[in-house]
Ligand binder design. Structure first.
Ligand SMILES: NC(=O)C1=CN([C@@H]2O[C@H](COP(=O)(O)OP(=O)(O)OC[C@H]3O[C@@H](n4cnc5c(N)ncnc54)[C@H](OP(=O)(O)O)[C@@H]3O)[C@@H](O)[C@H]2O)[C@@H](O)CC1
Ligand SMILES: Nc1ncnc2c1ncn2[C@@H]1O[C@H](COP(=O)(O)OP(=O)(O)OP(=O)(O)O)[C@@H](O)[C@H]1O
Ligand SMILES: [Mg+2]
Length: 323
């Protein structure tokens, strides 16, 4: 894994896709992100993804979560817009499921067209009824051409229902070791083979119809089924939970920015690769690693995800200064 010739020109990409801060821009133009996640068990993960989006520079960050999780997430931060709309099976009677699903979809649809990217899965849990609702949300996002970053329990859902992302070029999957293993077993019907890590990753992305995959690990490997890139700059030896959630929130913002860059004619778009989801993954992985490294230098063994989040702004400014 991580042959040097695969290493992305990561800092150049990060610099190229980060938009300038311009007084003529209005609120929303730097990005509107929605995280679908947060249930009785997990409230940290959706918060980490949503606050990361804001700390990097998005203008608005929403979380769509269960009713139990919402007050908790709101209490972490007044910056995040929290929608307590999802329901788990324990609180829903069978005869009410259809009407609740319709209500959830109507609520999300009110906002869908405005979102630049969805992050599906951080702290979502695996409740079957909740996952049915999230499947429908993903179908609507796809119809509206909204990019979808799939992480955590979103990958559990997608691995069992590949049609949700298959053939959708704006889908990004960000599996960790376990999530990658489950994807390989399901799609390629074999075990992970690190002697052919690149070939296997390419096959996986191709079999899922050209989605982008960021395989997390000591070296992050990124592919859209055509090219493979790696990001292995030094990060941190601390493996505290939540770093993947920072990553998924970052991928959402950078993918939105890369889409703007690639579609605009007035900016230099000679960067490579050209695929905005690839660019978003490379930038996000680079920024997370830089921030983790800064945090670890100060906090050492006590480094936590919240510490890393505090270094996102400085790490981005080191590479792409505001003036
Ligand atoms: N604060 C919060 O709210 C957070 C909530 N989160 C949310 O939790 C949900 C489930 O996500 P997940 O990542 O815990 O589940 P999964 O991938 O099954 O891993 C579980 C177990 O796999 C193992 N394992 C892990 N890495 C390994 C490795 N390299 N090599 C070998 N084994 C390895 C390890 O098991 P152990 O070592 O304990 O046996 C680990 O405990 C999801 O919604 C996510 O978003 C998180 O985002 C964190 C912050
Ligand atoms: N062994 C490692 N060495 C250096 N960096 C790593 C290592 N493993 C993971 N990372 C980095 O940490 C980030 C998060 O990866 P990780 O595998 O911890 O995700 P995760 O399990 O989904 O996290 P979360 O706890 O948020 O669910 C990745 O972008 C990767 O860059
Ligand atoms: Mg994770």
């Amino acid at each position: 894994m991580g042959e040097p010739n695969l290493e992305a020109a990561a800092e150049n990409i990060l610099r190229a896709i980060t938009p300038t801060l311009d007084p003529s821009k209005h609120k929303g133009q730097a990005g509107k992100i929605a995280v679908i996640g947060g249930c009785r068990e997990y409230t940290g993960a959706p918060y980490f993804a949503a606050i990361t989006a804001l700390k990097i520079g998005a203008d608005l960050s929403h979380v769509f979560c269960t009713k139990d999780a919402a007050p908790v997430i709101k209490s972490y931060s007044p910056e995040i817009i929290v929608h307590p709309i999802l329901e788990e099976s324990y609180s829903v009677r069978d005869e009410d499921k259809k009407s609740i699903l319709d209500k959830v979809l109507a609520e999300v649809d009110k906002w869908m067209e405005r979102f630049d990217c969805l992050v599906v899965g951080p702290g979502l849990g695996r409740d079957p009824f909740l996952l049915d609702c999230v499947s429908e949300i993903m179908k609507h996002a796809r119809q509206s051409n909204v990019p979808i970053v799939v992480d955590g329990d979103g990958l559990f859902l997608v691995t069992n229902c590949l049609d949700l992302v298959s053939g959708y070029p704006l889908a990004v999957l960000t599996p960790n070791v376990n999530e990658y293993k489950r994807l390989v077993q399901k799609v390629l019907r074999c075990e992970v083979n690190d002697d052919d890590a690149i070939g296997q990753l390419l096959s996986l992305a191709q079999q899922i119809g050209g989605v982008t995959i960021l395989r997390k690990g000591k070296c992050d490997l990124i592919t859209d089924g055509e090219t493979v890139t790696s990001v292995s700059i030094y990060g941190s030896p601390r493996r505290c939970g939540g770093q993947g959630d920072i990553l998924s929130g970052s991928v959402a913002v950078f993918t939105s920015w890369a889409r703007q860059l690639v579609s605009s004619s007035d900016r230099n778009t000679s960067i490579s690769p050209r695929n905005p989801t690839m660019l978003g993954c490379i930038a996000a992985s680079t920024l997370l690693r830089k921030a983790a490294s800064h945090a670890f230098n100060v906090k050492k063994r006590s480094t936590l995800t919240t510490d890393i989040i505090e270094y996102l702004g400085r790490s981005l400014d080191d590479i792409s200064p505001v003036s």
